[in-house]
Design a protein around this ligand. Structure first.
Ligand code: ADP
Length: 747
């Protein structure tokens, strides 16, 4: 990557120069941060240096600190680990090591660093920053640097990005790498579950997380495990009996396998470690069943980054680069993370300190404090897991009859949502009814009770076991729908689906006073790959579809390695450009065409000129992503013909319509966790309505991390009904970042 750098010899006025490094444990997605930092800094007119082998590279200097250029970070988004290397550095812990690091930086005119690492790396970098002035004085005294050089670089400005698969940092909703690690774990649990079911075996799966139960808890939810053991929330005394009883109950209710997920730092209430081997021995002894242990280990750090671990680190990397480029010398260093899909800044050392407090709370037995420090949604998911993992208790008072039906197109995660709703509802004493075949099925009487065992195995299966349909009932059918609701004694309705589900329910709401069967509470839960529904920044299924797009484009890119080629990839989304836009951001496409922006001849003319020039300058691959409804006239075929005509034979052009593979596939871990969370909320909300004798109709919304129900009647204010998409899409604000990283600025 890059070339040898001219040293700051103290005679020229150097440009702003920043360095980027990855340090500590590696994590998938670090490359996306590096790419974003390098390209953003170049775009901002700064020089940027890649430091190899983490903080040790700073100490070593020489060819471990290399100037990076635009092309040097091309084609790294899809690679796991970190292409600039990482290390743990004993030298950097010592004063003389940091003195050498300061000298190496000043000699290159660098006084700004983006550090990507865990709390160790970030606090090490902050120590370096705080010592900087003293280090430079020492270097001047030793004659290593000139007084002018020291004058020019009076402060070191740093920004931190957390790269850690554990998701253990306060100050960001997600750390870079955690989502991909969750993918690896859930893939493994899915694989284990099928073999375990064949032999009626039990598996104990140990996952990483010495102080943080995030991976264990979320993988237990997404993998449909029976029991989970995490450091922050040790099980109550007597947990061994409880665990065995639950596993037994699961088996008699229809499970063919049992899976217990253990975080490596799990412990009991007295602080004694709970090991995977210990759990295995217990299960074999008590249940008399063949039990195997799988310790996932470094597999969790491996593999290609997920879609989320490409776009999120891209946003964060871009912001971190701007943070140091624009930093005032005395600015407090910031941790750049993500909160509710937005870049979020927290004072760096405050985040590190609060993160380090959690293991202390665990060690002193303050588990409530530790759970509180993890945040409210973590606590909520512990409660949800307990509701769905155990077979419904028999001692709860009988509840109400709640029906579930699908409407709209297929989306991965529909089954997950039904399973969670059924099990959560049963745990609250409700009778859960499944409607087969959408609204028409309801009219035709295809309604049956769903038991705990009926939804076994649905957590990770794509498609929709209950069936779905885009048909919106006509006004003439409302009477039949109402009669069906009455006939089956349905007291509340959960509609899980896409735009048609919302539209059908909204239309029925207009007429509800006329139909007795409609006098019940109704809530809609958003499942569609298009991500075009109000209230939810990410609908269930969209993360899975994005993952399918990313893996398809990765393969396309590989296929084009040996030629000079432009691909125009058409993705789904109807009139909503989310999949096209986030797909483009996640794979590093050069251009994206959206209906929201329109496709204009003048833009196409510029695009063609840029493309031709870049191939002439040596480019081998150009990727354009087009939303399926971006433009009627400027179709995918048209774009291909246009580009081919203008190529002058310098490159060839291929269309690629990804089509229905985007709707298929098993739901991603995020879609499973999110579907489970929303479904549990919806059941709770419906129960609350019944208890309070209310009959509201709404859709679930997630705003600032908090779930709520928005009245369905407000839908026309929030949705562009003609193009079926939210009026104000949050992700369109990211366009400048996409543009800044896609095109190299002209000299
Ligand atoms: P992580 O960044 O993943 O938490 P470590 O805790 O191993 O990983 O830290 C990575 C590197 O950061 C260490 O090898 C060391 O070079 C540096 N480092 C960590 N803590 C300090 C410190 N207190 N002072 C100086 N350097 C530190």
């Amino acid at each position: 990557m890059g070339s040898a750098a001219p040293a700051d010899n103290g005679t020229v006025s150097p440009r702003t120069a920043i360095a980027v490094l990855t340090s500590g444990g590696d994590a998938q997605g670090m490359n996306a941060v590096v790419r974003a930092v390098v390209r953003t800094a170049i775009g901002a007119g700064a020089d940027v240096y890649a430091v190899y082998e983490g903080l040790q590279g700073l100490v070593d200097g020489g060819d471990r600190i290399k100037k990076a250029d635009w092309g040097s970070v091309g084609s790294i988004l899809h690679r796991g680990g970190t292409v600039i290397g990482t290390a743990r550095s004993a030298d950097f812990r010592r004063h003389d090591g940091r003195l050498r690091a300061a000298r190496n930086l000043v000699q290159l005119g660098i006084d700004r660093i983006v550090v990507i690492g865990g709390d160790g790396s970030l606090s090490g970098a902050d120590l370096f920053r705080s010592e900087w002035t003293g280090l430079l004085t020492e270097l001047v005294e030793q004659g290593e640097i000139s007084a002018e050089q020291a004058e020019r670089h009076t402060h070191l400005m740093i920004a931190g990005v957390v790269g850690s698969i554990d998701n253990d940092m306060v100050g960001t909703d997600m750390t870079v790498g955690a989502d991909t690690a969750l993918h690896r774990i859930v893939e493994a649990i899915d694989a284990l579950a099928s073999t375990a079911a064949s032999h009626q075996r039990s598996f104990v799966v140990e996952v990483m997380g010495r102080h943080c139960g995030y991976l264990a808890l979320m993988s237990a939810i997404a993998g449909g495990a029976d029991y989970v053991l995490i450091p922050e929330n040790p099980p109550a005394d007597g947990w061994e009996d409880d665990m065995c009883a639950r596993l037994r109950a699961g088996r008699s209710a229809g499970r063919r396998d049992s899976i217990v997920v253990v975080a490596e730092g799990a412990r009991d209430r007295s602080g004694q470690p709970i090991t995977s081997q210990g759990v295995r021995d217990l299960l074999e002894a008590r249940l008399g069943e063949d039990t195997r242990v799988t310790i996932l280990g470094h597999v969790q750090r491996g593999g290609t980054p997920s879609a989320f671990d490409r776009w999120m680190p891209t946003l964060v990397g871009h912001a971190a680069a701007m943070e140091v480029v624009d930093a005032r010398p005395d600015a407090e260093p910031q941790l750049i993370g993500i909160h509710n899909n937005r870049v979020h800044r927290t004072p760096l050392m405050e985040a590190v300190e609060r993160t380090r407090e959690i293991p202390r709370l665990i060690d002193t037995g303050d588990y409530e404090g530790a759970m509180a420090a993890r945040g409210s949604s973590f606590t909520e998911m512990v409660r949800v897991f307990q509701g769905i993992a155990q077979v419904a208790p028999t001692d709860v008072p009988p509840g109400s009859r709640i029906a579930i039906l699908h409407a709209g197109g297929l989306a991965p995660g529909m089954n997950t949502a039904v399973r969670a709703a059924v099990r959560f509802g049963l745990s609250r004493g409700h009778t859960m009814l499944g409607v087969q075949g959408s609204f028409q099925g309801l009219i035709d009487g295809h309604v049956s009770e769903l038991t705990w065992g009926d939804v076994e195995g649905w957590v990770g299966v794509g498609g929709a076991e209950l069936g779905t349909s885009r048909a919106v009932p006509s006004v003439e059918q409302y009477y039949a729908v109402s009669r069906a609701l009455e006939n089956h004694g349905i007291e509340a309705l959960l509609v899980i689906g896409g735009h048609s589900a919302y539209e059908a329910t909204y239309r029925m709401l207009q007429e509800r006073d006329r139909y007795p069967g409609f006098q019940i509470p109704v809530i809609c839960l958003p499942t569609t790959i298009d991500n075009n529904l109000p209230g939810s920044e990410m609908t269930i299924g969209t993360d899975t579809a994005l993952g399918e797009i990313v893996s398809a484009v990765d393969r396309l890119k590989q296929s084009a390695m040996a030629s000079r080629r432009c691909f125009v990839v058409e993705v789904m989304g109807r009139y909503c450009g989310y999949l096209a836009f986030m797909g483009a951001m996640s794979v590093g496409a050069e251009r994206v065409y959206l209906h929201e922006n329109g496709v204009h001849l003048a833009d196409l003319t510029t695009d063609v000129a840029e493309m031709v020039a870049s191939f002439a300058a040596g480019r081998r691959f150009h990727l354009a992503i087009r939303n399926e409804a971006a433009s009627v006239g400027y179709s995918t075929e048209f774009l291909c013909q246009l580009f081919a005509e203008e190529s002058g034979g310098a490159f060839d052009v291929r269309p690629m319509v990804l089509g229905h593979l985007q709707q298929g596939g098993n739901p991603s871990p995020y879609d499973r966790v999110h579907a489970t969370r929303l479904a549990a909320y919806c059941v709770d909300w419906l129960s609350g309505q019944i208890v309070a004798d209310k009959r509201e109709w709404g859709f679930v919304a997630l705003t600032d991390g908090v779930l709520s129900t928005v009245p369905l009647k407000t839908m026309p204010d929030l949705v562009d009904m003609e193009f079926r998409r939210p009026i104000d899409p949050w992700w369109l604000e990211l366009q400048p970042i996409m543009d800044a990283l896609a095109t190299e600025p002209a000299e």
